[in-house]
Design a protein around this ligand. Structure first.
Ligand code: NAI
Ligand code: SOE
Length: 373
């Protein structure tokens, strides 16, 4: 007999697969799926061995047999679905970005908080053991005060002018593409490991191509951002989905007075600690990880790499544990989704105005009247 929660998956693409594997890995059940049509949903459900298919997301949410709804649809649907799931009293795992504007995210947050259901957003890169190790060392002061934070998130899957996807369309994907799709991962991870926050930024966005597949492109391929943090670090971030040869290079470097710490998502089992007279590569493993939280997430013997799906499995383990009342550290939730939406709005506003934008002030201006103070 199952000991777990009963999950329903919305969407039938890449993330439907990743979420399904992670839920099952943790001993929970994937009981139903709904995608864009009954036909496509049935195809995916057959592939993933999911017993029940609903013809649309509304029917899945209404089912009394589901405890947790996983929102893996295109971005524009996230907020509307999450609001309905909260009203139906289901726990929610909502893909990033949680909404396509800060005001929409805030409206969703209000409904979720009112219903008191659990909510988690898969900023799954937080769940590599080495990320927790880096976080622990930086936050206990091994880098010293940080004076520079920089890095990039580079991909090339849209480098071909004919390549396209629903993310390119501002209606399905939202007004920001490269930054909302991947820049948000970088910002979440950087703020998570550093314990610092971006307070103001100036951004430039650009397109490699004006049209793709004969359709005008309304979203950016590239975002370059200069920022300042609460504790006074200077920062830069380059985001691109058109950088040939770069598949998923999320790279963060934190430079302080004592050391620099570097993490590269394409080599997630190690980090570089840079010093004046020598530098050190710290690899993941029970002997090398000093943080209890990092060791907790390390599931294989030293020398065996843990990858993206493992990180995602750990995310689901900790999110579900919270849904069941045992809250674990570092699970990205509603506040992190909202924070991310505020950054997207700030980047778009700065790119349009060409001026520095204060992220906190921006957030206040765009709050809806629905939000509690
Ligand atoms: P995808 O294009 O592979 O899949 C999207 C699915 O949604 C498709 O099966 C499509 O048929 C379905 N869909 C469209 N309209 C629908 C509707 N009305 N009702 C139900 N299903 C509908 O996209 P992918 O890569 O799976 O991305 C989904 C979401 O996950 C996005 O928001 C994306 O930002 C996020 N994502 C997050 C990642 C992470 O590491 N946290 C990694 C990849 C994507
Ligand atoms: C595509 O850019 C994508 O799948 C993003 O949507 C994910 O969030 C990122 O983790 C990997 O790339």
């Amino acid at each position: 007999m199952s000991r777990g929660l009963r999950a329903g998956i919305l969407g039938g693409g890449f993330m439907a697969q990743v979420h399904t594997r992670a839920i099952r890995d943790n001993g929970h059940d994937v009981v139903a799926l709904a995608s864009s049509s009954l036909e496509s949903g049935t195809r995916t459900a057959d592939e993933l061995n999911i017993a029940t298919v609903f013809s649309n997301w509304q029917e899945l949410i209404a089912s009394p047999d589901i405890d947790v709804v996983h929102i893996c649809t295109p971005n524009a649907l996230h907020a509307e679905i999450a609001i309905e799931a909260a009203r139906a009293n289901k726990h929610i795992v909502c893909e990033k970005p949680i909404a396509v504007s800060y005001s929409q995210a805030a409206e969703m947050a209000f409904e979720v908080e009112k219903s008191e259901v659990g909510f988690a957003v898969p900023f799954a890169y937080r769940f590599y053991p080495i990320v927790r190790e880096l976080r622990s060392r930086v936050q206990e002061g091994q880098a010293g005060p940080l004076h520079l934070i920089h890095g990039n998130y580079l991909q090339d899957w849209l480098a071909d002018p004919e390549a396209t996807n629903w993310r390119v369309d501002s209606v399905s994907g939202g007004r920001s593409r490269a930054f909302a799709d991947i820049g948000t991962h970088w910002c979440d991870l950087m703020e998570f490991v550093s314990g610092d926050r971006i307070t103001r930024l100036i951004a430039n966005t650009s397109k490699a191509y004006e049209a793709r597949g004969g359709r005008e492109v309304g979203t950016e391929d590239i975002a370059t951002i200069m920022f300042e943090t609460q504790r006074g670090a200077a920062g830069t971030l380059t985001v691109s989905q058109v950088s040939l040869g770069r598949k998923n290079q999320l790279l963060i470097e934190l430079s302080g007075s004592q050391a620099s710490f570097t993490f590269n998502q394409e080599r997630p089992d190690s980090m570089l600690i840079g010093g004046m007279t020598s530098s050190q590569i710290v690899t993941s493993g029970q002997e090398t990880l000093s943080s209890g939280d990092a060791r907790r997430l390390s599931q294989v013997p030293s020398g065996h790499p843990q990858g993206y799906q493992d990180a995602f499995n750990s995310f689901v383990a900790d999110a579900y544990s919270g849904f069941l009342g045992d809250v674990r550290p570092g699970v990205p939730g509603l506040a992190d989704g909202l924070r991310s939406a505020a950054l997207v709005d700030a980047v778009l506003e700065s790119a349009e105005s060409g001026t520095w934008v204060d992220v906190a002030a921006h957030k206040q201006q765009n709050s809806t009247s629905l939000l509690p103070n």
